[in-house]
Design a protein around this ligand. Structure first.
Ligand SMILES: [Zn+2]
Length: 199
């Protein structure tokens, strides 16, 4: 065990600051307590910002509903990552799309956070695309196209619940990054942009 920890300590010593910051703000919740201590002492040794320690601590303690609500409100006030406007609060929703290439079918079910206009447009585009290009892959296109369209319709009946689930999952998963952002809209914006990137 001691050898194991020594090895981790020297690995952390070899990481550049960016990697240490990433570990502190994103991965601390998955680390063993003794490894967290190694990470904290590496941060102190390098004289890195104490905000990283706050980012670690928020991942290790129980968070309150009030904190989750506050973080969600901060996210809602950001600019829409697609249209760049700030005219509507950001909303979470699912994009579902099936695309077939005769023998190969790809199925996408992915949460996004956008303004309501952009979310509606994205969902409608995905449904049209599924109708046009989903069904002609055999057999999965034929099977997955109606499933995807039915799920999209169901999503429309539970938009509030989906929105809350998606935003809660985002802020809980990224609480280290959010605390370190300290309500800085640019840093929060970066988080949302990355969340939507693969769409
Ligand atoms: Zn928008």
């Amino acid at each position: 065990m001691a050898i194991d920890l020594d090895r981790i300590r020297s690995r952390y010593e070899s990481f550049d600051d960016y990697k240490i910051e990433h570990l502190a703000l994103n991965e601390a919740k998955n680390l063993r307590p003794e490894v967290v201590e190694i990470l904290k002492s590496e941060i102190s040794k390098r004289g890195m910002s104490s905000v990283l320690l706050e980012g670690i601590n928020i991942q290790l303690r129980k968070i309150t509903q009030a904190e989750v609500d506050r973080w969600i409100s901060a996210i809602r006030r950001l600019k829409c990552p697609r249209c760049g406007l700030q005219h509507q609060p950001l909303t979470g929703g699912m994009i579902r799309r099936v695309t077939s290439y005769i023998l190969f079918t790809s199925t996408l079910n992915r949460p996004v956070i956008l303004c309501e206009n952009c979310l509606n447009k994205k969902r409608t585009d995905a449904a049209f695309s599924t109708l046009l290009f989903g069904w002609w892959g055999f057999p999965m296109g034929l099977i997955n196209t109606p499933i995807s369209l039915i799920r999209s319709l169901r999503d429309r009946n539970r938009t509030t619940q989906l929105d809350q689930e998606i935003l809660t999952a985002l802020v809980v998963q990224n609480r280290g990054v959010i605390i370190a952002a300290n309500d800085n809209p640019n840093k929060l914006q970066h988080l949302i942009d990355s969340f939507n990137r693969s769409i």
